[in-house]
Design a protein around this ligand. Structure first.
Ligand code: CU
Length: 266
């Protein structure tokens, strides 16, 4: 029985480490400038945790194998622990996770959550059960105020804009697709109309909550044109599974043409 347990433990280590090395399931190719730094952070975290996992589980398998049927069984079973080793282990684990957290925070703060870069395109991202809407400020560069009492999906006034009375809202563009030009920094301002949603694009390696009553901002620069999927990664209700939209990364010329077309259709 003890041998079977030791072999099972060893197999778990080998198979798990094999999956980490081969990683048959992984993110699609990155498309943003910050993604490579985030990928490096992922790889480092996996490597550190993987080595510790293999050491801990491997040692356990060896102990089970080595000490099965030992005469010191009773002594082992009644072990009282080690008053010096245990706090030292706990401190090392704490130090390790705080260090990994600090390194990850540095990457995130520098590349994603720091304020907008000069010349950034500002876009509001609104989550609602169960759709995403994207607002561009128009030529005046200002978002008009939103009026919750005027929000009406039936009439297409998803964000409660009052274009007749608010000058800044007149040229705002509201779209169901997030279209951005390649190579230009983009600042997304995340907002929610109802419950917590989470904006996630795998190719950008960015996931950030959209929380009702608060505003969070993230930034990215997409380098490769194409269509990518935006999903909601926070369970937000029965229709959560179908809450997604498209991110279209286009050339600067295509983006200008798209803006003109959207402005006409508002
Ligand atoms: Cu959701």
């Amino acid at each position: 029985m003890a041998r079977a347990l030791a072999i099972t433990l060893a197999l778990i280590v080998v198979v798990t480490c094999g999956l980490f090395v081969v990683h048959p399931w992984w993110f699609p190719d990155p498309i943003s400038t910050a993604a490579s730094a985030i990928d490096r952070q992922f790889a480092m975290t996996f490597a550190v945790c993987g080595v510790l996992f293999a050491l801990a589980q491997g040692t356990m398998a060896w102990f089970v194998w080595r000490y099965q049927g030992s005469r010191r069984r009773a002594e082992i079973r009644d072990g009282r622990g080690n008053g010096r080793m245990e706090p030292a282990w706990a401190a090392m684990v704490l130090l390790l996770f705080v260090s990994l957290g600090a390194a990850g925070y540095r990457v995130w703060a520098r590349d994603v959550s720091q304020g907008p870069a000069p010349g950034a395109l500002r876009v509001e991202v609104w989550g609602e059960q169960f759709a995403w809407y994207f607002r561009y400020p128009g030529p005046d560069g200002h978002f008009g105020p939103t009026h919750p009492d005027q929000m009406n999906d039936g009439t297409g006034n998803y964000l409660g804009l009052d274009r007749d009375h608010d000058a800044a809202a007149r040229d705002d563009i509201v779209a169901a697709t997030l279209t951005v030009p390649a190579g230009q920094p983009v600042e997304l301002v995340l907002r929610s109309k109802d419950v917590i949603h989470s904006f996630f694009v795998r190719e950008l390696r960015i996931k950030q909550d959209a929380t009702p009553g608060s505003i969070s901002s993230i930034r990215f620069t997409a380098e490769r044109t194409g269509r990518y999927e935006i999903v909601c990664s926070e369970l937000c209700g029965l229709g959560h599974y179908k809450m997604h939209a498209d991110l279209d990364v286009v050339t600067a010329e295509e983006f200008q043409a798209w803006l003109v077309k959207q402005a006409q259709s508002q």
